[in-house]
Design a protein. Structure first.
Length: 321
């Protein structure tokens, strides 16, 4: 675990170094009109993966979005703008995600199997990312540096890292228990040598769209949607097939094994006759999990180059696109 943690943050330090170099470049260009912005973000977030969903086949994209599992994410950011059309954002966010098969919308199709599976999870999320914001319409503006009351659409793409820790509800006690230590799909068990333990530290590719409004020349409000493509199928602790419950008792103490057997199979009768059995599909391993947020970003200009610092801000308010 320590090696995984050190490796993860070691790689994340590369992101921090890149951000520092980028921001240093922005500093060196301030006299040419570059500037910095800092602020806060907040908004709803949703999980997209194996658990829950809507009619038909499960999907890692917006089709399976469920309002009832909406949670929230917020954070802080700093952003350097070497030019009007480009911003480099460094963000720190915390939030949570959740999924629940019991909330699956059914209509007599393939989604019935997810409803019967009856698994659930929740997890806190802590993430960092660095991303480029591109404002393509700047190239069509008559005076790009005149931003008062402008609306600017933008695209976002970058690289990030996040920590998660899925927990599932024990049907016997109602308690939420950490799922990774229970090896619910036989991870690390000798009976399942192909199933490795997943890391709680993962990388993601945040991509999104947004629109920024300049309330004043120094204050902005944006609305954005950011989708995180991940490289992991275990955000919900579900990926492959059910295992033989005897493997739990062969590799853990009896009390822990009993909890693992209960939370790994919550179909109506569990591993007994009529419930899902060892070898049957538990998740869809060829689709990685994802999550997205939709929220507001409030930014404040920290300082700018001399050509911005002394500009007149008292002109008549005119909405510009």
């Amino acid at each position: 675990m320590k090696q995984t943690l050190h490796s993860f943050w070691g790689k994340c330090s590369v992101l921090l170094l890149f951000a520092s170099l980028t921001y240093s470049t922005s500093f060196s260009q301030l006299s040419d009109g570059a500037y910095w912005e800092a602020g806060v973000t907040i908004g709803p977030t949703n999980f997209l993966g194996d658990l829950g969903g809507n009619l038909g086949k499960g999907s890692p994209f917006l089709k399976d979005h469920q309002f009832r599992t909406t949670r929230f994410m917020g954070g802080i950011f700093a952003e350097g703008y070497p030019s009007e059309w480009l911003g480099i954002r460094f963000a720190l966010n915390i939030g949570s995600i959740e999924g629940d098969d019991a909330l699956t919308k059914v209509g007599g199709g393939i989604e019935e199997s997810r409803k019967a599976r009856n698994l659930n999870f929740k997890s806190n999320i802590q993430e960092i990312f660095i991303a480029a914001e591109v404002y393509p319409f700047v190239f069509f503006e008559y005076e790009p540096t005149d931003v008062y009351h402008k609306l600017r659409p933008y695209l976002l793409a970058g690289l990030g890292g996040f920590h998660f820790n899925p927990k599932g509800k024990d049907p016997a006690t109602g308690d939420w228990v950490a799922l990774r230590p229970l090896h619910t799909e036989g991870q690390t068990f000798p009976e399942y040598p192909d199933r490795k333990e997943y890391s709680l530290y993962q990388f993601a590719l945040p991509t999104g769209i947004g629109i920024k409004y300049y309330i004043t020349e120094n204050t902005t409000l944006s609305f954005e949607i950011i989708h995180r493509f991940t490289f992991c199928d275990y955000l919900d602790d579900v990926s492959k097939t059910y295992i033989d419950p005897a493997a739990f008792y062969a590799n853990m103490d009896a009390q822990t094994a009993a909890v693992a057997a209960r939370v790994s199979n919550k179909s109506a009768t569990g591993y007994t006759s009529g419930g899902y059995q060892p070898g049957e599909k538990r998740g869809t391993q060829n689709n990685n999990d994802a999550f997205f947020s939709a929220g507001f970003k409030l930014g404040f200009k920290l300082f700018a180059g001399s050509d911005r610092r002394w500009r007149n801000s008292t002109r008549c308010p005119v909405i510009r696109f």
